[in-house]
Design a binder for this molecule. Structure first.
Ligand SMILES: O=C(O)c1cc(C(=O)O)c2c(n1)C(=O)C(=O)c1cc(C(=O)O)[nH]c1-2
Length: 234
């Protein structure tokens, strides 16, 4: 049965308990319990997620017949890739992530050649891109709704990392401080699109399933990182 917009939004928001904010690895990060090596494993593996986001968003654009959505979605590609290619463009998400990697002790080369990316992370992240390439554009957009849960988490992450890891500075966390504002805007506009274009019960069901799938992607990423960090420690 078709839900009212309020019911639909409540059901989507109701998936927040499956979000990676409560994952044990994130809890240890917030508690200041991660070693430098564990933080390096995290940063190098999450790089893989960061690096595919523009390709995921480009897949959505290529599948979407609506110019107003394509136009708006382009900003996401540019946010992560930036506008120049000189390697000093701190105005791009990818450069800010690389800066964080360097702050935790990784060289750019070892991040860019993906030598630390473990199979579970690659499988989960690739599944997200495949989802965007192969599912209807509206479902792919809905899978990005995890962003509506992420602003609050990033705020806590910045505060807790600054408080608990005294060798990390606010500048090192520029990726997150810049991103907090962007995700709250993106999360809201994504929700508006999903509510507006999901006009049948089946489309609403598919949107809920897409968000659920994405929660699984992120959870699996952290499971694999946690395992890899444990193996490196022992
Ligand atoms: O740090 C986080 O916890 C977090 C979570 C998420 C998310 O929930 O998908 C994203 C991001 N960060 C992020 O920085 C980002 O650019 C992003 C894009 C997307 C997406 O699905 O399109 N999610 C996220």
């Amino acid at each position: 049965m078709i839900r009212t917009p309020e019911e639909f939004v409540a059901e989507l928001r109701g998936l927040s308990h499956r979000y990676w904010g409560t994952h044990p690895f994130h809890q240890r990060m917030h508690a200041g319990e991660l070693s430098r090596d564990e933080l390096r494993t995290w940063a190098a593996n999450r790089w893989y997620y960061q690096s595919v986001l523009p390709r995921k968003d480009a897949a959505i654009i290529s599948n979407c017949p609506l110019p107003e959505i394509r136009r708006a979605w382009l900003d996401r590609v540019v946010y992560h890739d930036g506008r120049s290619d000189d390697g000093t463009d701190l105005d791009s998400g990818r450069e800010r992530w690389l800066r964080l990697c360097e702050a935790v002790g990784l060289s750019r080369a070892e991040v860019l050649d993906e030598r630390h990316v473990v199979p579970g992370v690659r499988f989960a992240v690739d599944a997200y891109v495949t989802f965007a390439r192969t599912r209807p554009w509206l479902e792919a957009v809905a899978s990005g709704l995890t962003e509506m849960f992420s602003g609050h988490l990033m705020q806590r992450r910045v505060a807790d990392m600054l408080a608990r890891y005294d060798w990390i500075s606010r500048d090192d966390l520029a990726y997150f401080t810049d991103r907090i504002e962007a995700v709250s805007g993106e999360g809201k506009s994504t929700l508006d699109i999903v509510v507006r274009y999901s006009v049948t019960a089946q489309q609403q069901d598919a949107a809920v399933a897409a968000l659920s799938f994405k929660c699984d992607v992120l959870w699996s990423v952290l499971d694999a990182i946690e395992r890899a960090a444990h193996v490196r420690e022992t």
